[in-house]
Design a protein around this ligand. Structure first.
Ligand code: IVH
Length: 676
């Protein structure tokens, strides 16, 4: 009885704070004083602290900030806004530099200069200037398409509205970070968990007058599309930004050598607490723009930059439960549900336990007191547990041997390449028979990098699934809109919007399509390779009929693991059916063949031996940029064998026998009109 009463009291308080939030954030007219609001918040937190079973997604312990408006217009970025790979140690930096040296094939003693820039933890924005006038500002969005937040950005004093400098490019997208200074955040700390949330929330207010009330700052650090930029390297660009009237980070530093990078990192980490804005690491960018251009990107991050993250934040909390989550590839991932705790400004209530072996190794049990670590945007994990605080009746956690969702047997695969048994246990069900796997597949299908359907997120997938509106990917395009219109929380307008977003995405690139199928080991980069290889959907679909899966090994970047995975995808009947059904409802665009005018069109190449001043990876990029293809063995399909120092004799002999042209590096570069 008492429990029931407490729950009732808790719910009434949650309802009240929901109402206060609505008036404060959405309607912009607070119902109560700050003091009264804070008292209510404290009462809720205290109740949660005293009674473990109280929980609400609207609790101030979880629900930080408020829902920003969804009504901004979406606009394509003229050049994508990339993200950065992370480094956590000196070793990671050494590898980063090694990869650059290998790619550019330069001497390992060559001094590469880096622009080392403290990484501000804010919200990135892209500002379009035409003839010196600030015309449009977009949020990052998914990196390809952002939201038009121009009016809100115009309220920010740090953003120049007109630039008269003669050398300011005719057209340029200036990119940088919007943030709130810690000193300014103090007065907002009741409403938001951290300055980043506050900046994001206020930037995405419907009413620019609201944005104006919050002292947002802007620091510029890079550019996207440009016409008329006359600068050769990043540090000169940063100087120019200052001359043009932008603020740049005063702690930016031009340096070379990993030792110096580490020193700079340590120094800034020491200063971190005294800087008036949050930084979560240092970004290193190869300073020289020519080198940057040669290095290019992998998937959605440049090869020429990396973010060196600061060490993490830790906190102690209690493990309330261990849940087994099932991913789209069937992997069973244990997750510790922990008593919500604030770690470095973020409320954490879940921590990954990685896999069965990790639980056994650390002997992690429900009820344990644990140290939880949160590093950057990585999922929090358990660092250690305090066995002394363990109660005498605690029991060892037994990892389920059957899939908790469908009951199928679970397996740990043997990897014949590494000769090791996988640490991950997987549900063995295929054919969309396991509900959890199917739901996760659907979530992947609609995710940002896949179909990216506006307003069709993970929650909608779950709710439509429960209502039996969707089971297979194709069902998304055949929804019963009349039924949805009658559902709680839906109306004519929202259904119309949903229908519009879904129809819009019926036209999709082959690359995104392949990625969205969620084939194991086929991420963005591999989907791109496959799409370039197959060019059209029909070739992709029909390929499986010939049963020559090994042919895919000819694609540089695709190995046995990927081929096996593609094979098992096509050998599963349910997947073939999904492909057939999707074909009926979608318009899958052919991959853009590397520009028709490419100098190496329809030509295939293979390199043997060591080249001089250029790496194989760069040769491959050059070939592809010019519409050519690289293949991995000498066969009739090969047109040119490029030989360097100490070529493999067998390859040269085979090539000669097949009357394939054998050329050296200089001859190859001449084909591209490059003389050196
Ligand atoms: S450069 C390809 N420079 O870090 C270059 N980013 O994970 C990508 N960031 O979304 C951006 N300070 O929000 C760059 N000096 C800096 C930065 C910086 C913070 C953020 C930015 C971006 C994220 C990349």
């Amino acid at each position: 009885m008492e429990k029931k009463n407490i729950k009732k009291i808790y719910k009434s308080k949650i309802d009240l704070i929901k109402k206060y939030n609505k008036y404060y954030f959405d309607k912009n007219s607070p119902l109560v004083s700050d003091n009264k609001y804070d008292n209510l918040k404290m009462e809720i937190l205290k109740l949660e602290n005293d009674y473990d079973y109280l929980d609400s997604k609207f609790s101030p312990s979880k629900n930080v900030g408020f829902k920003p408006s969804k009504n901004f217009k979406k606009i394509l970025h003229r050049a994508p806004m990339l993200s950065l790979a992370n480094a956590f140690s000196e070793e990671d930096l050494i590898n980063f530099e090694k990869k650059i040296i290998n790619f550019l094939s330069i001497n390992k003693n060559f001094k590469i200069f880096y622009s080392a820039e403290p990484k501000i933890d804010g919200i990135s924005a892209s500002l379009t200037y035409k003839n010196g006038n600030f015309e449009k500002g977009l949020s990052r969005g998914d990196g390809k398409e952002g939201e038009d937040i121009t009016e809100n950005l115009k309220t920010i004093l740090d953003i120049p509205k007109k630039i008269l400098s003669k050398d300011f490019p005719k057209e340029i997208d200036i990119r940088g970070e919007i943030f709130i200074q810690n000193s300014d955040f103090k007065s907002l700390s009741e409403k938001f968990a951290n300055p980043r949330n506050a900046a994001s929330g206020s930037l995405r207010q419907k009413n620019p007058e609201e944005t104006k009330k919050i002292p947002l700052k802007f620091i510029a650090y890079t550019f996207g599309y440009e016409k008329g930029l006359m600068v050769n390297n990043q540090s000169d660009f940063l100087n120019k930004l200052n001359e043009w009237g932008f603020k740049t980070n005063p702690l930016n530093n031009l340096t070379s050598g990993i030792k110096n990078l580490m020193e700079n990192y340590k120094e800034i980490e020491k200063k971190r607490a005294n800087i008036d804005f949050d930084i979560d690491g240092i970004v290193y960018k190869v300073n020289d723009f020519v080198m940057q251009k040669r290095l290019g990107n992998v998937a959605n991050a440049p090869r020429w930059a990396i973010a060196h993250k600061f060490s993490s934040n830790k906190a102690v909390s209690k493990i309330l439960d261990i849940e087994i989550q099932i991913g789209r590839t069937g992997a069973l991932t244990p997750v510790a549900k922990i008593k919500p705790i604030n770690i470095g400004g973020v409320i954490v209530s879940n921590a990954t336990l990685h896999n069965e072996d990790e639980i056994n190794r650390k002997d992690i049990r429900i009820g344990d007191t644990a140290v939880i670590e949160r590093a950057g945007d990585v999922i929090p994990h358990i660092l250690s547990i305090d066995k002394q605080k363990r109660s005498s009746n605690s029991k060892k956690f037994i990892f389920p041997k059957n899939c908790p969702s469908c009951g199928s047997e679970t397996i740990k695969e043997y990897n014949k390449f590494t000769k090791k048994v996988d640490a991950v246990r997987r549900c063995s069900s295929e054919d969309y028979n396991c509900n959890k796997i199917s739901i996760e597949k659907l979530k992947h299908f609609v995710s940002k990098e896949a179909f990216n359907i506006d307003g069709f997120g993970k929650k909608i997938v779950e709710s439509f699934w429960k209502l039996k509106l969707i089971k297979y990917p194709q069902d998304i395009f055949k929804l019963d809109y009349l039924k949805i219109e009658k559902l709680d929380g839906w109306g004519k307008l929202s259904v119309q919007n949903l229908k519009y977003s879904i129809n819009q995405k019926k036209n999709i690139s082959l690359e995104r399509f392949i990625y969205s199928l969620g084939i194991r080991h086929i991420g963005l980069e591999n989907a791109k390779l496959l799409s370039k290889h197959f060019i059209s959907f029909s070739k992709f679909k029909n390929f499986s009929k010939q049963n020559h899966f090994e042919d895919l090994l000819n694609i540089d970047g695709i190995g046995d693991t990927q081929v096996n995975s593609i094979k098992s995808f096509f050998l599963t009947e349910a997947n073939k059916k999904v492909l057939n059904e999707l074909e009926k409802v979608l318009e899958i665009k052919d991959a853009i063949q590397n520009s028709d005018s490419g100098l190496l069109k329809n030509k295939t190449f293979l390199v043997t031996g060591k080249l001089n001043g250029i790496s194989r990876a760069e040769v491959k990029s050059l070939i592809e940029e010019n519409s050519g293809k690289t293949i991995s063995s000498v066969s009739k399909k090969l047109n040119y064998l490029i030989t360097g120092e100490k070529p493999t004799k067998k390859k040269v002999d085979n090539a000669k026998e097949l009357k394939i042209k054998v050329i050296n590096q200089v001859e190859f570069l001449r084909m591209l009109n490059k003389t050196s």
